[in-house]
Design a protein around this ligand. Sequence first.
Ligand SMILES: *Cc1c(COP(=O)(O)O)cnc(C)c1O
Length: 262
Amino acid sequence: MSDLRKPSELAVRYDAVQKRIAAAAQRSGRDPESIHLVAVTKYASLAQVRELLELGHMDFGESRMQHMLQISAQVQEYLDRRRELGHVDGMADRVRWHFIGHLQRNKVRRIQALCRLVHSVDSLRLAEEIQSSAKEDQPPVEVLVQVNMLGDKDKHGVAPAAVSHLIDQMSTMPDLRVRGLMCMGPQSEDPQLLRPVFERAYELFDEVAKESTAERFDVLSMGMTQDFEVAIECGANVVRVGSAIFGTADPDKVEAEAAGAS
Ligand SMILES: *Cc1c(COP(=O)(O)O)cnc(C)c1O
C-alpha cells in the first residue's frame, strides 16, 4: 500500500534516529539491540504517535501526568478501534508508557496501572507515596532513581552520594522495583562538557549495580535529542528522544519550514 508513497517526514526522522543509535552503539562496542529508544511525546500530535505505532514503535515517554493520561487514553481508543477492525497483532498489549517528568506526590495513584517504568523517582517521600498507593494484586511499580549529577539547583534528582542509601531504603518496599538510574546532561551540545558527566553517571550506575541487592538493576536512562549519542557511548541503554523524532514544538514554525522547503 505504502510502496508508491514517499516515506513521511516522521518515518525519515525516526529512521535517522535509529541509525544514529546503532552507530553510537557500535562505536562503543555494543549491540545496537541492547539500546532502547523511548519516544518522548511532549511535542507530538496524536497522529504522529499513531504513525510511530504503525511503524512498530511501542515505547513512549511523557513528562507531564495530565498529558500522559490524555494521550495514552486516546492511543488506547485508537488501538481498541483497530482491534475491532480485525487487527490481531496484539499491539494494544505491547505499547508501553514511561513517565519521565517530575512526579507530584498527589499524582502517583494512576502510575501503577499506566506506566511500564517511572524514570524520575527523586526522593524517599515520593518512593513511599508510590509504595503506599500501589495495589498488591498488580505487578510492582518499576522505577529508576533520578540523579542530579552536577547538583544543579534548577534540576530535580538525588545527589550522587545519596543514591545508594535511597536505593537501600527503596528495596524494602514490596511493591516497588528499582531497575536503575536516570540522569540528564547539562544544557550543552559540547561533548567536552557532556562526556565527563555521563561517564560519572555510568560509574555510579556500575557501582550501585555491583553492591545492590536488587534482583535486576540494569537500566541506565540518559540521553535526549541533543546528546543521546554521547550518552550511548558512555554506557546508556535507554535514551529518551523527543524533538529529533517528532520535530519542533511550534506547529506554526513547522508549517513555515515545510512551505519554505517546497
Ligand atoms: C522532554 C524530555 C526529553 C526529550 O527531549 P528532546 O530534547 O525533545 O529529545 C527527555 N527527557 C526528559 C526528562 C524530558 O523532559
